[in-house]
Ligand binder design. Structure first.
Ligand SMILES: [Zn+2]
Length: 400
């Protein structure tokens, strides 16, 4: 919906702004309760001009516009902001998922299968696979998508992954420190030198963020000291910081993310009281990004989201769509899991999947329907946002 012409979107049975009823709740106002932040406007309309929201209000008050789109009483919500995905890869790991469901535990080792297939794929093959995955996400209501590298793990393959990711999103993340690649398993120090040296140098021009799988519980991932080195180097190269932490067991990831001022620590499956306290204290800086699709697909325990929310942490929901541990980009599914399994309210879950994701990406122009924001909207085949959790698995949301 770009261009000079203005467009009136009307017939909105329920508009959820995620910015309060008059757009006045700022994205960083963590004190606003989720119910209030939703800012539901019944019988609403909005005007889009030049790709931005130009007016929001009751349909009866709507100004004239060049074009008109009537959504027939459907609900409209901010497009989902999926702040964590791994979409640049080739190959298929359905057999690994099936084995896991039959009892084989997950330790991060299957990533090597995707690495081999990704290295073997041509640019055009990877580009086509990525484009199809982005189209799937959009068709499910996602309008902002962070995409990580991490299945190349050579200088050339990581830089290529990020170059391709940049073709579909500005939110690109260098994840050379995903796992130590098989060929350097006996020489971790050499791989760390590569990731923090030539690989970073080749990747930084195509990336906004650097990320690391900080997980002492996996022999394939990185220790606290290694993760610190990766993040320090990324920061020195001008990248913002993100951390995969506390996924497979208790660990240093969350506290390291807080200490270094990372935008987000993702997973947070195993947090102790000190981790929760640290995240609550750093709520203005570091978001706890929860990825319940992973718990679903690995049969791990769900995060105690209530503990984080009640302590005052800033919480986002994201898909972690990836070939190994969660192969779905459906934010509606993630939201339903958050409500069903993590005891988030439907309001908290929608806020976490929109403005929460925006916070995790340090963006104020997405995740809300307010004047000046990008006109990134999702329309629901439903009269209310409540249906997202109430009708799991149904194709309700699509990008408008
Ligand atoms: Zn991930």
């Amino acid at each position: 919906m770009t261009g000079r012409r203005s467009r009136l979107v009307t017939g909105i049975g329920e508009l959820v702004t995620c910015a309060g009823p008059d757009g006045g709740i700022a994205p960083d106002d963590l004190a606003a309760p989720a119910d209030e932040r939703l800012g539901i406007v019944p019988d609403a309309a909005l005007v889009v001009a030049d790709g931005r929201v130009a007016w929001v209000g009751r349909a009866v008050d709507a100004p004239a516009a060049d074009e008109r789109l009537d959504v027939g009483g459907r609900a409209v919500v901010p497009g989902f902001v999926d702040s964590h995905s791994h979409l640049v890869y080739a190959g298929d790991r359905a057999a690994e998922f099936t084995a896991r469901m039959a009892g084989t535990p997950y330790d991060g080792g299957g990533i090597g299968v995707s690495v081999a297939a990704t290295r073997a794929a041509s640019d055009d093959e990877l580009r086509a696979l990525l484009a199809a995955r982005v189209a799937e996400a959009r068709a499910l209501g996602t309008t902002t998508l962070e995409v990580k590298s991490g299945y190349g793990l050579t200088v050339e393959d990581e830089a290529r992954s990020l170059r391709l990711a940049r073709e579909v999103t500005d939110e690109t993340t260098f994840l050379g420190a995903h796992v130590v690649p098989p060929e350097l398993r006996e020489d971790r120090a050499a791989y760390l030198d590569l990731v923090t040296g030539p690989m970073l140098e080749a990747c930084a021009p195509h990336a906004r963020w650097v990320d690391v799988f900080c997980e002492p519980n996996s022999p394939h991932a990185f220790t606290e000291a290694e993760a610190r080195r990766v993040l320090d180097a990324g920061r020195a190269a001008g990248l913002g910081l993100r951390v995969h932490g506390n996924q497979l067991g208790p660990g240093p990831g969350a506290r390291l993310a807080v200490e270094l001022g990372a935008a987000s620590v993702d997973h947070c499956t195993f947090l102790d009281d000190a981790d929760v306290e640290a995240l609550a204290g750093a709520a203005a800086t570091t978001v706890a990004t929860l990825l319940p699709g992973v718990e679903f697909s690995t049969r791990m325990p769900y995060v105690d989201a209530r503990r984080l929310l009640d302590a005052g942490a800033s919480v986002a929901l994201a898909s972690d769509c990836n070939p190994g541990t969660c192969n779905t980009a459906s934010m509606a599914f993630v939201l339903a899991l958050a409500v069903r399994e993590m005891r988030m309210t439907a309001a908290e879950a929608l806020v976490a999947a929109t403005v929460g994701g925006a916070r995790a990406l340090r963006r104020t122009d997405v995740g809300r329907v307010a004047v000046g924001c990008r006109a990134d909207l999702a329309v629901l085949e439903a009269p209310s946002y409540l249906h997202l959790a109430y009708r799991p698995g149904m194709p309700l949301a699509r990008a408008l």
